[in-house]
Design a protein around this ligand. Structure first.
Ligand code: GDP
Length: 326
């Protein structure tokens, strides 16, 4: 009887997550477990990723193996699917465009089809969230961007994410509760330092401790909409469970330059006259780089009741504090 109840509960509360080893995957798994979900994750190696809770059921595999992933999805038969697997760095996407297309684009499209197959096989609805990106807008002329901004990517990362984004709308028209969460930059102390936020906070902490004497960066004038990763994960979960499926811009609505991020990080670490420590190296300047990406999350606020809990100064301060250590 108890077992039967547990089975019934898990049948309605079972999630499947790709990209569990990334920053967002860990936060999402924690959130889903807290909500009472049984969480299944696709992992490339059988070992548990750093931020992956012990309760998550791991399934070794690769999103680029479409047939095996489809069989697994049919077997797990989840109610919610979160596709976070991606080559997550724009910079790396220029070095590995084919892999980026395969993982960020083709695999997402195949997973949408597999989710539809699960729906047909089980007769139960599957709710699918695709982790999309502001990079699908390329270098937009208008700010802020919203769900009606033209999709016009300018790098392999954005191109692949755009292909997946369009496939979400197609799957929706075929009856899947499919959502594209158009995520703007979102950070945390779990962010790897291939991203500028963590590179800055780690570098600033090292300078504050007297262990380094310079921070070498690229374009300091780029303006980005930096949010808090757990807030963006919260938006994805809300969108999955909302009554209707739509695309949502997930953003704070505020932009800051890389230079402002640097200044805020040095201030949080208590370092004055910070300009002397910062050097610009053209090797870190990108061939194309949007001058400003800033999102209007009005739809998410209105429909999902979503609002970011943490603002720019707190995000920077919390990352610096984590890097300074106890
Ligand atoms: P992205 O917006 O997803 O590509 O996130 P990033 O954190 O990698 O980059 C944000 C912005 O910071 C972009 O406009 C980069 O050009 C700029 N930037 C400036 N210097 C650096 C650097 O040293 N590393 C990285 N990753 N970005 C940098």
């Amino acid at each position: 009887m108890v077992e039967e109840r547990a089975q019934r509960a898990s049948r309605n509360h079972r999630a499947f997550v790709t990209g569990i080893s990334g920053q967002d995957g860990g936060y999402l798994a924690e959130r889903l477990l807290a909500d009472g979900y049984e969480v299944h994750a696709l992992v490339r190696t059988p070992s548990r990723p750093g931020y992956c809770p012990a309760e998550v059921v791991l399934h070794p595999g690769d999103v680029t193996d479409h047939d095996a992933t489809r069989r697994l999805l049919l077997d797990v038969a989840p109610n919610e699917v979160y596709n976070l697997a991606a080559i997550s760095s724009v910079f790396r996407s220029w070095q590995e465009p084919d892999l980026t297309r395969a993982v960020n684009g083709d695999a997402a499209i195949a997973l949408l089809d597999s989710a539809l197959a699960v729906q047909v096989a089980t007769g139960r609805a599957v709710r699918f969230v695709q982790a999309s990106s502001a990079e699908i807008f390329g270098s937009p002329v208008d700010s802020p961007q919203d769900e009606s901004t033209p999709v016009a990517p300018t790098n392999p990362y954005g191109e692949a994410k755009a292909a997946a984004h369009l496939a979400v709308a197609d799957a929706r028209s075929r009856g899947l509760h499919a959502v594209s969460a158009i995520l703007y930059n979102h950070e945390s102390p779990r962010r790897p330092d291939t991203f500028v936020s963590r590179k800055i906070t780690r570098g600033v902490a090292a300078i504050a401790r007297g262990e380094a004497d310079e921070l070498v960066l690229g374009n300091l004038d780029a303006r980005r909409d930096w949010g808090w990763a757990p807030d963006h994960v919260d938006a994805m979960v809300r969108a999955a469970r909302y009554q209707t499926a739509q695309d949502y811009v997930v953003a704070t609505g505020e932009s800051h330059s890389v230079r402002e991020f640097v200044a805020a990080a040095f201030a949080a670490a208590g370092v004055a006259d910070w300009e002397q420590y910062v050097r610009v190296d053209p090797a870190f300047v990108r061939p194309t780089d949007a001058a400003e990406l800033v999102g209007d999350a009005g739809r998410a606020r209105r429909e999902l009741g979503w609002a970011p809990a943490k603002g720019f100064p707190e995000i920077v301060a919390e990352m610096v504090a984590a890097d300074l250590g106890p």
